[in-house]
Design a protein around this ligand. Structure first.
Ligand code: P6P
Length: 345
């Protein structure tokens, strides 16, 4: 390598950085940081590496297909959403809870697969955070090898005397402090923000570690791509219909995978807008606020994009129920603005 290539800037930037070392380095920027995030994120890293292995081996271990009573015989295979649970949904859920349960600063866990939160410890016992997660979003796509993912949010709970459990989780002062997803696709990719921009890691199977591949991801301000399930076109609002007519007339491309983590990952990297709007039969939309919309909204905004419900920022919504659903419009700032203008006419 020439001397130029060994300048300190290149050398530092190109250094091999694991998730663990990156988080510790990031915490140096937060004097008040107490190692909380690295402790929780190491649990999420362990869980998602385990899930990645199970997703890749699903066919081999024949765990694809519908849950029959769950691994412990306790479930009827239907989750709180009324959706048929797949075996891997339940396994992923149990893996995450097993990896996070021992993290002493977590008070509670909120999972798409569990009707009630898992309460681990009180504030007096050290519980300061809740972790929201969708353990295996898009799992119905696994049997056709489409990318699926784990979505997570780390929420700092309010320190109000007497406010605990679900009340603390839903409290307006509960603040999402970190968010991310792990996409089990052609490679296993973690995209993460702790409030200081968005970084991307890829799981290097040869060393069993997530390694940093991209710092401070920025979503392009515009891109002529929209992502929506147009099969529901007859049930969309007039505003969304107006947007689609405008996009068709302006040579937009349509890209829709039907797995939120995959569709959002493409939108984050290439730009465009992902829309899961309300419909006449589902006025609240389909996607859940706490463990799908909010984490993706934090990532998108940290990357310079936007994330709205059609009537305001997703991150401004004060939840009123654990499994509440919201309409989702997120992606490039200019593309989200196009959709909002058509809705506001
Ligand atoms: P539809 C997967 O079931 C999921 O929750 C998201 O991952 C995805 O974006 C959406 O539902 C797809 O829903 O109604 O288009 O099949």
């Amino acid at each position: 390598m020439t001397d130029q290539q060994h300048t300190s800037t290149n050398w530092t930037d190109d250094n091999l950085m694991s998730l663990q070392s990156h988080i510790l380095a990031e915490e140096r920027h937060h004097p008040s940081a107490t190692g909380d995030f690295s402790w929780i994120l190491s649990g999420i890293s362990l869980a998602t590496k385990t899930i990645a292995s199970k997703v890749r081996r699903a066919r081999i271990e024949d765990v694809i297909g519908e849950a029959a009573g769950g691994p412990f015989g306790e479930s009827d295979g239907i989750n709180v959403q009324g959706e048929q649970q797949l075996k891997l949904d339940i396994i992923a859920n149990e893996v995450i809870k097993a990896c996070l349960g021992s993290r002493a600063n977590i008070a509670s866990l909120v999972s798409e697969e569990d009707e009630e939160p898992t309460i681990l410890r009180s504030r007096k016992e050290g519980g300061r955070y809740a972790v929201f997660f969708d353990p295996l979003d898009g799992s119905s796509n696994i049997d056709v090898s489409v990318g699926v993912g784990t979505i997570f949010g780390i929420v700092r709970l309010p320190t109000i005397p007497g406010v605990r459990g679900t009340d603390a989780i839903l409290h307006e002062d509960a603040q999402m402090a970190a968010a991310g997803y792990v996409l089990y696709g052609s490679s296993t990719v973690m995209v993460l923000t702790t409030g200081n921009g968005v970084d991307m890691f890829v799981l290097d199977q040869s060393i069993g570690a997530f390694v940093l591949v991209k710092r401070k991801l920025r979503v392009p301000a515009s891109r002529k791509i929209y992502s929506i399930n147009e099969a529901y076109a007859s049930r969309f609002s007039e505003g969304v219909g107006r947007y689609l007519d405008w996009a068709h007339a302006n040579n937009y491309s349509s890209r829709y995978i039907g797995s939120m983590v995959s569709d959002v990952h493409r939108t984050l990297l290439k730009g465009g807008v992902f829309i899961y709007p309300q419909t006449h039969d589902r006025p609240e939309g389909k996607l859940r606020l706490l463990y799908e919309a909010m984490p993706m909204a934090m990532l998108m905004e940290q990357a310079g994009g936007c994330a709205v419900t059609g009537t305001g920022r997703i991150l401004d919504v004060t939840p009123n129920a654990l499994h509440q659903r919201v309409p989702v419009i997120l992606g490039s700032s200019e593309e989200v603005a196009h959709v909002q203008r058509c809705i506001d006419v």
